[in-house]
Design a protein. Structure first.
Lengths: 287, 156
């Protein structure tokens, strides 16, 4: 629990504030020390916590798999190689199941998405107060440990996927084919504006739904952890009420954490599968 | 919670991770998996071929064994035949030899008998002559009575 001076609202607000680096009101670049300061920085600011943690987790993913890939043999696999091979085959079978065209890029894309998001989501299982408290003691005002609960991270990935969708749509179908797909169906050329509206929404919905689904799940999960953490925070001594609340916090956070393991994995999996499906749609010619 | 430039940085980071994964992770791991798949397939094919070869070899060895047995039988039979032939020939030869020896011995015996008879005859004639001369009391002129003596001898 953070310091007792916090009210519940302040506590929640503190936990939901990213460590933002940008232009302060006095014109100097620096770290925002309050929510309003961060908000005033506008678009050209960076959430250092999101960037740092996601970079670190991505590097961990790359490092583990590279370690296995470097020493890989076609002989009897051992240890880490087993795990990496299993992961690769798992992703590969998913790609083979839903992606019918030929593209060597989709499977590694799916693997990266799955493990990166999985690791980012996994940070949600760290107790909510550990990292922010630790950071506060070394003078860092805010620190959100779950990058995927920051819409910047999820939209960042979703935009990456969206650019790939656009790129491959144009590459496979040509500019005309892609525009035709957007404008000439489902109602034929006389329904062009309606077609464009429908297909445009359809297209734009892909990255937005990808990003918001992941963000929403992780944000809600984080929020519930924070709310559960508030129960023990109401500690006022060994009164029956306080003890009950404290015990409830332990039980509830345990239960929610166990349930959250499912969400963590599931959301990573859903993001991966939807990416594969979207890529497949981008590769498919409509008839 | 604001959308800001973190978004762009995340997109770039994402692209880099995907690129690295594609280049340095997916390729070697998939390569190894494919290679192993091929090795296993080759191994199975080899095993199948070896099994086939083993069957052929077993069949061939059985054939060879049967042939060898047949040959052995033939050899034994011909050996037995030859042995009995040799024995027959030896028997015949022995019989011929025996016959020869017997006839030789017989001839010798005849000769001996003849010679003994001759000797006896001459001795008898001499005894007869001596007896006659004693009876007559005088010497018989052997020459004069030679023809008589010879006649006597031949009569004995």
């Amino acid at each position: 629990m953070a310091s007792e001076a916090h009210t519940s609202a302040e506590y929640i607000k503190h936990h939901l504030q990213n460590l933002t680096f940008g232009k302060l009101p006095d014109g100097v670049w620096g770290i925002a020390h309050s929510h309003d300061e961060a908000k005033a920085m506008g678009f050209w600011a960076f959430n250092l916590d999101t960037l740092l943690v996601s970079l670190l987790l991505g590097v961990i993913f790359i490092f583990i798999f590279r370690l296995a890939a470097r020493k890989i043999t076609a002989g009897v696999p051992i240890g880490l190689q087993n795990f990496c091979e299993w992961s690769v085959e798992f992703v590969d079978s998913n790609v083979r199941g839903s992606f019918s065209a030929k593209n060597d890029m989709v499977a590694p894309l799916a693997l990266t998405i799955f493990f990166w998001i999985f690791l980012m989501n996994l940070m949600d299982l760290l107790p909510v107060d550990y990292v922010p408290t630790l950071m506060e003691t070394i003078g860092v005002p805010f620190f959100r440990i779950v990058p995927s609960a920051d819409p910047n991270a999820t939209f960042g990935m979703a935009i990456g996927v969206f650019l790939l969708i656009l790129y491959y749509s144009v590459k496979i179908k040509g500019v005309g084919g892609f525009l035709g797909e957007l404008t000439l169906q489902p109602f034929g050329k006389w329904g062009l504006p309606v077609n464009l509206l429908l297909e445009g929404v359809n297209l734009i919905a892909k990255p937005i739904s990808l990003a918001l689904r992941l963000f929403g799940n992780m944000y809600a999960g984080e929020m519930i952890f924070i709310l559960i953490a508030l129960m023990g925070g109401a500690w006022i001594g060994f009164t029956p009420g306080s003890v009950t609340l404290y015990g409830s916090q332990i039980l509830l956070s345990l239960g929610w954490a166990i349930f959250h393991i499912l969400i963590v994995t599931l959301q990573a999996f859903i993001f991966m599968v939807l990416t594969i499906v979207y890529m497949d749609m981008a590769h498919q010619e409509h008839h | 919670m604001n959308i800001n430039a973190t978004l762009l940085a995340q997109t770039i980071m994402f692209a880099l991770f995907v690129w690295f994964c594609m280049k340095f992770i997916w390729k070697p791991i998939m390569g190894a998996l494919d290679q192993r798949k091929k090795q296993i397939a080759d191994g199975l094919a080899d095993a199948e071929r070896a099994k086939h070869d083993l069957e052929l070899a077993a069949k061939r060895s059985a054939d060879m064994l049967r042939e060898a047995k047949e040959k052995v039988g033939e050899i034994v039979a011909s050996g037995e035949k030859r042995a009995s032939e040799i024995i027959e020939a030896a028997k015949e030869q022995a019989k011929a030899e025996g016959d020869r020896i017997i006839s030789g011995a017989k001839a010798e015996i005849d000769q001996e008998v003849f010679r003994a008879r001759e000797q006896l005859r001459t001795e008898v004639s001499a005894i007869a002559l001596a007896g006659a001369s004693k009876i007559l009391g005088r010497e018989i002129d052997a020459k004069a009575h030679n023809d008589l003596l010879d006649k006597l001898v031949s009569e004995i």
